[in-house]
Ligand binder design. Structure first.
Ligand code: TYD
Length: 215
């Protein structure tokens, strides 16, 4: 379904920290597998050996100062490897690829959050991915304060990006919503605070419609 990329389907989950993306990505993968689909779940930054190394470098505290352009390039480098080594080959095999974060995260976090400019960051990533966009982006919209409550409720400490102040996360939220508004047919925007089962059902319904249209 993705232009020139074989018959797979490419789905990205996006949203602020603490939105519950991983839970919903897992639920969707389980449902699709139960329907007999071949599914690959992956995440960014990461998804390849080099990507996982870049993930620790860019997210862990204690790697010294990482200026904003370096940060944007590290996310883009991880993504370039992810697309060429994992996503494109899987799509070519007809697999449904579900990624936890993709280009929109860079546009929102580095473009809007860090102030590098959403258009420049979009262009950088379009180059890095050779223009591969998801067939569907599921945006789980979370209010910054609520996201922080959810992620600090667990045992894990906040990473370099998560520990930025609420106004940083507010800029990110606005940027995600703006992206969804620009291309409404390629987005499903859901309030992250809805019950897990309700969200999972809405996402599955939309993906089934896409699968029906493409197969
Ligand atoms: P994520 O893996 O969703 O965090 P966790 O699994 O720990 O909840 O994302 C890691 C962080 O990296 C998150 O704060 C968002 C940030 N990020 C960017 O700033 N730019 C990007 O391009 C990506 C993919 C993530």
């Amino acid at each position: 379904m993705t232009d020139g990329q074989g018959s797979g389907l490419f789905i990205a989950f996006e949203g602020g920290d603490g939105a519950g993306k991983s839970t919903q990505a897992a639920r969707l993968a389980e449902s699709l597998e139960a329907m007999g689909c071949s599914v690959l779940r992956t995440r960014e930054p990461g998804g390849t050996p080099i990507g996982e190394k870049l993930r620790s470098l860019v997210l862990d505290h204690g790697n010294g100062t990482i200026d904003t352009r370096t940060e944007a390039l590290m996310f883009a480098a991880s993504r370039a490897a992810h697309v060429s080594q994992v996503i494109v080959p899987a799509l070519a095999r007809g697999v449904v690829v579900i990624t936890d974060r993709y280009i929109d995260s860079s546009v929102a976090y580095q473009g809007a959050g860090r102030g590098l400019g959403t258009e420049d960051v979009r262009r950088l990533n379009e180059w890095a991915t050779e223009g591969l966009w998801p067939d569907l982006t599921v945006l789980l919209d979370v209010e910054p304060g609520h996201g922080r409550e959810r992620r600090t409720a667990g045992a894990a400490a906040e990473d370099r990006l998560e520990s930025e102040p609420d106004d940083f996360h507010a800029r990110i939220r606005t940027a995600f919503l703006d992206l969804a508004e620009t291309r409404p047919r390629e987005y499903l925007v859901l309030p992250a605070n809805r019950p897990i089962d309700e969200l999972a059902a809405a996402i599955l319904e939309r993906v089934k419609a896409l699968l029906g249209a493409s197969r």
